[in-house]
Ligand binder design. Structure first.
Ligand SMILES: [Fe+2]
Length: 270
């Protein structure tokens, strides 16, 4: 099967570039299943019911989250019960929703896992031990195709989970920093990228207008971070070919709003 993962969708420009391009890309590249991180999809903070429906209608199959999952709390509670929406699985016990779901793709099982790191993040259980437990259960159930969205601030936490789980899962992609890294690779059948980068405005500060962040950095006085209405938008996507639980090929696609051709980067395969 061929799956794709789209990085953190930030606000309306992120939703717009997906609406305008995803179905075409899915068709051109024969993509069977699409995962997208949507914790910043509504005004940069959280996800509303309306925007969730809008994204699912573009061809996204499941939406993952992170530290902003509960920013629009009541709407998220409803979505976690009724829609293919995940929040990091290692949130403490009692938090609504879940962070693991098994789907049927081309007659095969595909597990999607959403986890969150600990550095500068809300209180969560240790993601490394949590992942080990989840994988044990999935293997017991005979699920071989497994993809993880690891939402974390630091590159080291992401590399740790990769080194721990390589050979055991089909793909791991980092999210949260909104800035893509260039270490796309496959090791022991696990496709990996430290961070996919945002899908939204690329000409400011992590998808937000630069005025308030600069003011905050220079004066200590903060304010509300705003997603600009118009900008140079980018869509960033990781594509993985999986056979019997192993990633056999992987590449990244970038679509810029003002250029026709996609930019394709191949993974290093070891
Ligand atoms: Fe985040």
């Amino acid at each position: 099967m061929r799956i794709a993962f789209i990085g953190d969708i930030v606000g309306r420009p992120g939703r717009k570039i997906i609406k305008e391009n995803l179905s075409k890309i899915k068709e051109e590249y024969n993509i069977d299943f699409v995962i997208a991180n949507g914790e910043n999809a509504s005004h940069g903070f959280g996800l509303t019911v309306k925007n969730c429906k809008e994204l699912l209608n573009t061809g996204i199959d499941v939406i993952t989250g992170g530290n902003h999952t509960f920013d629009k709390r009541q709407e998220m509670y409803a979505l976690l019960e009724t829609a293919p929406v995940l929040r990091p699985d290692n949130y403490p016990e009692g938090v609504p929703g879940e962070g693991i779901k098994v789907f049927e793709v081309n007659g095969e099982k595909l597990a999607i896992i959403n986890l969150m790191g600990q550095y500068t993040m809300p209180t969560v259980e240790n993601p490394f031990n949590w992942a080990t437990r989840l994988l044990y259960n999935l293997k017991e159930e005979g699920v071989e195709n497994i993809f993880i969205d690891f939402h974390a601030e630091v590159t080291s936490e992401k590399r740790i989970i990769f080194m721990m789980l390589k050979g055991q899962v089909s793909g791991i992609c980092g999210t949260h920093t909104h800035v893509g890294t260039d270490d796309l690779q496959i090791v022991d059948g696990t496709a990996y990228l430290t961070d996919i980068g945002l899908t939204g405005c690329r000409d400011n500060i992590i998808g937000m207008n630069e005025k308030i962040p600069i003011q905050k950095a220079t004066t200590g006085i903060g304010g509300h971070f705003e997603v600009p209405n118009s900008c140079k938008a980018i869509l960033q996507m990781m594509v993985i070919d999986i056979e019997d639980g192993k990633a056999v090929d992987c590449f990244k696609l970038k679509k810029l709003c003002d250029r026709k051709e996609l930019i394709k980067t191949e993974a290093i395969i070891d």
